[in-house]
Design a protein around this ligand. Sequence first.
Ligand SMILES: [Zn+2]
Length: 113
Amino acid sequence: MKDQVVLKTKPSKIDVVGDAWVLHFPRFGEEGTHFHSYGLLTPYFKGLTEGRLMATCCQNTKCPISKGKGELWLPPRADCPDCHQPMKWQEIENPTGYIFTYTYVERGGTGLF
Ligand SMILES: [Zn+2]
């Protein structure tokens, strides 16, 4: 198994709009560029390009499920699915775990390699 992925395509251009990243995916020339925003999940994708793993947690003590105990969501959610309140971002320090499967996508997606 390879230790490092080598991209064979050019990374996408990224615009910063407020706190959100907007990626450019030129598909059919300049007029066919698709714009994709990471929106409120930008901290997750930005963290990955910086070697950081970001999760979210609900801080609402009146939340019917989490009750604000700080359980982490990974992949993150911008808003809590149980109480619909905005989630708080938290970096996972020294993350460890197992990778059971993965998909190799041969396309530059984030642009900061
Ligand atoms: Zn909640």
